[in-house]
Design a protein around this ligand. Structure first.
Ligand SMILES: Nc1nc2c(ncn2[C@@H]2O[C@H](COP(=O)(O)OP(=O)(O)O)[C@@H](O)[C@H]2O)c(=O)[nH]1
Ligand SMILES: [Mg+2]
Length: 483
């Protein structure tokens, strides 16, 4: 069960983003939503607010309630005497539980002016609402059982999605795909636990419970499910947050030129003077649905210049945190026999060796140079020319296929996108492994039960069946106000 009780006050907030817009929305949620809205808006049809049909839009005048009317026993009386109209707009009432929060909700749609929206929100407070905290609407949806915790997180992922793939995963999670899978595994474990505990309680009696072998098979199945989900975590994180691609190499090999070309804009300064780029330059693009964060860095060389040395330190740090490092070489300066000075990356799976400036070299030499490099490193070797554009598509494809496998786009399998979920699955994995070892060694069922409960609880954390206020606060504080 959620750790916090169902709220009984009514909250309000501007739900649309700050700044000017065509329309802006103030949202009110809670048991007094209708009462509060009836003081803030007057329907053009003169109909009483309390007779509104749910989920229908009504034209209304939005009234100004002066702050001085707080505390007066009837705010509606106060506003009648000093009535001013702030704006005209539409109101919609969504009767509980058929609303986002599963509470009574009223939304006031007015013009998207910061001032108007602020006035409407103030009027709601004067009429008895409390300003909502960040993520409080979604938190209420969770506390009222409308969403589980993984779905609540998917709401934020949807708002923040920068790429189609990120959005697709968020939507799948919002529809409850992860929750259903976790629920199924957890129910299975709880069933096994019941058998085990019944076996403990009635050990003296001659009743047969689930056999040891069946228990092992069932646990192994659950374990392999959990492990399969864990194998998607790395890809899932990248698809949600974007792939961090660091462009690294010696000065003047064409790193900044590559960044500009991939961004299609002159973002970084390009010169033939070594040491031009000294700071990290970070920009984001979307390639075929995948968000890519490109980071240009200072060229790596020995230098006494203090600023450049700091740039090089940052470059190394960025490389450590990268999902992929493009290790750029200047193809016009390399010879097949002179590869002794090339510094080959140590962590192979994260690196692509990119040979630039092949426009300055004849095709046969490019081929023999690439072959010589491939013979020395298991990294992928990609010849390109930023100047002519040759090889740039292949480079994009190479980066993309590192993360987006065809099976991922086609399959409906669960993809783990949150660190919180991964950590919980890892804990479930350990508990399941321990329970299997215990059963195989014939250890007392009481001890096996402890591990099984541990695994079930870890799974429960993903969907919020087991949770603490602290975890909830951390999750919902990441949201914006009004969501
Ligand atoms: N011929 C040729 N020159 C290039 C190519 N890419 C970059 N350059 C030139 O190489 C020099 C250094 O480029 P820059 O992007 O500043 O290198 P960085 O120091 O690695 O960032 C500039 O004069 C670029 O015009 C390329 O593909 N072919
Ligand atoms: Mg540069």
């Amino acid at each position: 069960m959620p750790a916090v009780g169902t709220p009984d006050d009514t909250i309000c907030a501007i739900a649309t983003s700050a700044g000017e817009g065509g329309i802006g929305i103030v949202r009110i949620s809670g048991p007094h939503a209708v009462d509060i809205a009836s003081r803030v808006v007057r329907l053009r049809s003169k109909r009483s607010f309390h007779t509104l049909t749910s989920h229908k839009l009504y034209l209304a005048d939005i009234l100004f309630l002066p702050v001085s009317s707080i505390g007066s026993h009837s705010a509606s009386k106060a506003c009648q005497s000093t009535e001013q109209i702030v704006d005209e707009g539409l109101v919609v009432y969504m009767k509980a539980p058929r609303s986002f929060t599963a509470e009574d909700v009223v939304e006031i749609h007015c013009h998207g002016s910061g001032l108007v929206l602020q006035r409407v929100c103030e009027a709601c407070v004067v009429a008895g609402a409390r300003l909502a905290q960040a993520g409080e609407f979604t938190k209420r949806a969770f506390l009222n059982g409308r969403l589980d915790l993984s779905q609540a997180e998917a709401v934020l992922d949807t708002i923040r999605a920068k790429s189609e793939l990120g959005l697709k995963l968020a939507q799948r999670q919002l529809r409850g795909e992860l929750a259903q899978q976790v629920h199924r595994l957890r129910t299975g474990l709880v069933g096994l636990l019941a058998h085990l505990e019944a076996g403990i309680d009635f050990a003296e009696e001659d009743i047969t419970f689930l056999g040891r072998d069946e228990m092992i098979v069932s646990l192994q199945e659950t374990l392999s499910h959990v492990q399969r989900m864990l194998t998607t975590a790395e890809t899932g994180r990248v698809l949600r947050d974007g792939v961090r691609v660091v462009i690294a190499g010696e000065p003047n090999v064409g790193k900044s030129s590559l960044l500009n070309s991939l961004l299609r804009e002159n973002r970084a300064i390009v010169t033939d003077i070594p040491g031009t780029t000294r700071d990290l330059i970070e920009e984001s693009v979307v390639w075929l649905g995948l968000q890519v964060i490109l980071i240009d860095t200072a060229g790596l060389r020995d230098t006494t210049d203090f600023v450049e040395r700091e740039g090089i330190r940052r470059s190394k740090e960025a490389q450590d945190q990268a999902d992929i490092v493009l290790h750029i070489l200047d193809g016009s300066q390399l010879t097949t026999s002179g590869l002794g000075n090339v510094c080959f990356p140590s962590r192979v799976h994260q690196h692509l060796l990119v040979v630039n400036k092949i426009d300055l070299v004849d095709a046969a030499s490019v081929r023999s140079l690439s072959d010589a490099l491939r013979a020395r490193t298991p990294c992928k070797v990609l010849p390109i020319s930023v100047r002519t554009g040759e090889g740039l598509e292949a480079l994009k494809v190479a980066i993309r296929t590192q993360f987006v496998k065809p099976s991922l786009e086609a399959s409906d399998g669960i993809v783990i996108t949150h660190v919180r979920h991964r950590v919980a699955l890892e804990r479930a994995e350990i508990s399941l492994q321990e329970s299997l070892v215990s059963i195989e060694r014939g250890i007392e069922p009481e001890f096996v039960a402890v591990d099984l409960r541990g695994a079930a609880d870890a799974l429960g954390e993903i969907v919020g069946a087991i949770t603490s206020d602290e975890v909830l606060d951390r999750i919902f504080s990441e949201f914006c106000i009004g969501k």
